[in-house]
Every structure is written in C-alpha cells, then in structure tokens.
Design a protein around this ligand. Structure first.
Ligand code: 1HN
Length: 352
C-alpha cells in the first residue's frame, strides 16, 4: 500500500519498525542506501563550500602580527591558513584545495623539505625573498606564480629588508583524501644551488626544450616560475581585442612542453578585465580561488556581492555562478583543481 494511503497509526508503526531495523543493522556497520541516495547522487553539485572573501588589508595586519609571535625557523612555515567558513578545522579553502598566507621576514629562512603535496606561490607583497626548487633559486617578485611540484626540495629565504608575503596554494585535501602523503626534511637548511637563477626558464620556458628532453605523461613542468612581467605583457597585448563575454581576456598557465597544467593537480589562470567591463554569469565544477593582482571591481558569487581590490582573495564554490565587473583595468589570478576533474572526465562548465 502507498504511504499516502496509510492511516497515521500504521505510518508511525512502520517508521518505528524501520528505525529499529536501522539500529540493528547499524551495530553491524551497515546503513540503508535509500535514506541517503539523493544526497549521494545529487542532480547537480551542491557544494558545502561557502563563497568567501578575505581583504588583504586585514590579512596583512594579522600575518605581520604572527611575525612577532613566532620565527619562520620555529614555525617551519609561518602561514595563516585561509579556512573556508563552512570547512573550519579542515585546513581547506575548497573541498580539494588548501590556501594560506605566508610571511618571511628579512634574514629568515624557511628550511628545505619536500612532500607529496604540490604547491604554488603567488607573490603578493614585499621584495627580496627567494624560493629554491630542486637546486635553483628564483627571486620572488610581486605577481610571480611559482610552483613546487610534488616531491621537489624547496626552501625560502629573505635577503632583503622588507617583510615578504605570498599566497600558498596546495593540493593537501586531495592527497589527504587519497591517503598518499609523504614528507621529509632535508639535512641542508638552505639548498646548495646547482644551477644559476633563470636556468629552468632559459632551457624550458623560451619555446624550446633541451634536445633530448621528452616529458613523461603528467610530468610537472620544469619551468617553476612564471614571471608576472611576462604574464602581464601577454594580457596587455591581447587586451586590445574583443573580450570573451564570460571570461574577459583569460589565459591558463601551461607546462610549455606539453600544454598540460603546470602540475597535475592544480590549474592556474590569469585574466584581464578592461575598465568598465562586466562578465556574463559563468559557472564551472572546479571550486576556484581568485586573487586580484591589479585593479578593483565587484564580484557576484551565488547570491553574494563583494567589492575587491588589490591582493584581496575570494573563493568561488563549485557550480556557483560568478559575475565580475572591473571598475579599473583589472588583472586576476586564479587556481583550482580543474586538471584533476578533466583527467577524470568530470569537469563541466556553463555559460549563463
Ligand atoms: C609548505 O611546504 C609550504 O613550502 C607552505 O612554503 C605551506 C602547508 C602545508 C604543508 C606544506 C612551503 C604548506 C607546506
């Protein structure tokens, strides 16, 4: 008999029988699919992630205070994690990604280590720091996008006279989900450099590669720094053309030897929105972290609207419509797990 036709007594009786049954099978570590099927297989993504924005003025103040409380040495990495408001305690900004703001003060060293997690840095503030990746240093300049692929040795230092702040993005939640994390500390505090600065960019980042180099599939790029100067010049050069209605002028960073994303788990993008331009709403399945490197404007994410300016950071959850408006010429950097979703045949987007 259909539930709607049962008298109230019978309905109550049946609910009690089911509850009793669920409890008995529960003691044997079983649970009924029919109670959770809709949530397990939603008709479209219903991310628990919350749209959120962090203003750099506040971030900077807080991270500078951390500089008075703990040294880079003691902390190993002096970082304030940006936790999604709906994922507190999980060290995650989206379900798949970690983000944090790192500070290194003049004279400090963040000692060499390596781990299975892949990392990116986006330099936000200050001059004079460097990162070393597998034996090569790169000077960190504002807007530079620097990667430390999985299992590469990396350390940072500040040889200048200013605090240097950057955004870290890592695939920590992905590696945690897969239970595939390893890490080790180096005996070398700071890596001994094996090649001069600029070597990787000269060999792999000038539309050429060493004659016998054949990248393995999914190998991260040997180019570990994408200088802001070059990114900006490319965007400026194309900015005279007609912007895409949903993206403005948007490029994705690639491994120049393969066309794939710089690292297998994290995709990164740079976007130019001319002053006065407003994008049409767009959504995609990769929850995305966005940083304003230049300009200012307004972002609408789902039902929320924020103003953004330089170095502000916001997160767009999976399948939330995003609409951007630039009130000055604006340059936005963003990163997401898109290459993972694409490799698995999961990625979708929609132009609204
Ligand atoms: C890490 O190695 C760095 O190298 C930053 O700067 C943040 C967060 C978790 C695990 C490793 C870095 C990190 C991290």
């Amino acid at each position: 008999m259909h539930a709607a036709n049962l008298p109230p007594d019978a309905l109550r009786e049946r609910a009690a029988q089911r509850a009793n049954y669920y409890e008995r099978i529960g003691t044997r570590h079983m649970t009924p699919l029919w109670e959770v099927l809709g949530a397990l297989v939603p008709t479209q993504p219903r991310s628990p992630v919350q749209a959120a924005l962090w203003r750099y003025a506040e971030l900077r103040e807080q991270v500078i205070e951390a500089g008075r409380l703990i040294t880079a040495e003691e902390a190993e990495r002096r970082v304030l994690i940006l936790e999604n408001p709906a994922l507190r305690g999980q060290s995650s900004i989206t379900q798949s990604l970690y983000a944090g703001l790192q500070l290194i003060l003049p004279g400090e060293v963040a000692p060499a280590h390596r781990h299975s997690q892949s990392a990116l840095r986006l330099v936000l503030d200050g001059e004079g720091a460097y990162t070393a990746v597998d034996g090569e240093r790169t000077t960190m300049r504002r807007g530079d996008f620097i990667i430390t692929p999985a299992w590469t040795w990396h350390d940072h230092g500040n040889l200048g006279d200013q605090p240097v702040v950057w955004l870290d993005g890592l695939d920590i939640p992905i590696v945690r989900f897969l239970d595939a994390g390893f890490a080790e500390k180096s005996e070398q505090h700071s890596q001994v450099t094996q090649r001069p600065e600029g070597d990787a960019l000269a060999r792999y980042g000038a539309n050429m590669v060493p004659v016998d180099y054949q990248p393995r599939p999914a190998e991260p790029t040997r180019v570990f720094v994408y200088p802001f100067e070059r990114t900006r010049a490319s965007l400026k050069a194309i900015a005279g053309g007609t912007p895409d209605a949903h993206h403005g002028h948007k490029l994705r960073y690639v491994n120049p030897a393969t066309g794939a994303s710089p690292m297998p788990t994290i995709g990164a993008f740079a976007q130019w929105l001319p002053r006065g331009f407003e994008t049409r709403p767009y959504r995609c399945t990769d929850g995305t972290v966005v940083v304003c490197l230049e300009g200012e404007g307004e972002a609408k994410v789902g039902g929320q609207t924020w103003r953004f300016q330089e170095n502000d950071i916001f997160v767009v959850p999976s399948w939330h419509a995003l609409q951007l408006r630039a009130d000055r010429d604006s340059l936005l950097f963003s990163f997401s797990d898109r290459p993972v979703q694409q490799a698995l045949g999961l990625w979708r987007d929609e132009r609204l």
